[in-house]
Write a new protein. Sequence first.
Length: 195
Amino acid sequence: MINKIILASKSGVRKQILDHHKINSEVIPADVDEEQIKNSLLEEKAAPELISKNLAELKANKVSKKNPNEVVLGADSVIDLNGELISKPTSRKDALNILKKLNGKEHQLISSVCISKNGCMIWNFTDAAKLTMKQFNEDKIKSYLAKINDKELYAYGVYQIEAEGKSLFSKIEGDENTVMGLPVKKIKEYLKNFK
């Protein structure tokens, strides 16, 4: 077992998950242009799962190159609505449109993690959870969005299941940590056997 990892993400929720599971971590965000990378992968008709994997690896490798011999964890999550990639909102209007699109439908939330050392991926894992959103009228969606502050909305997307967001769903199938962006059980298994 290793003593400490670097988390290549500025997600407060991912850091909380690691802390909760007693995985000592230091946060060094990767600062990659996610939208540009997503757009270029979408042009190549990449599936949402591949986009999630690529972004997790890119983040981990970028931070790993600058921190030799350290173990770096990169992560990324995307929403897959019947093969369509849904990204984090860039405005309140965008957030409303995303929730209207997901309204009453089933979608997948895909979370990928990658561990890198010396600038190269040494392990990765991708998990998906299935979520079914309840059917709401537009006023109800607007009142839900009014409860989320801008910082959380743009950092974590349109729903935070660790907070108010759980009330949006009639069904959640899969690991809650995956929905929050970090399939921590597999990470722990890997780190436990890490040499």
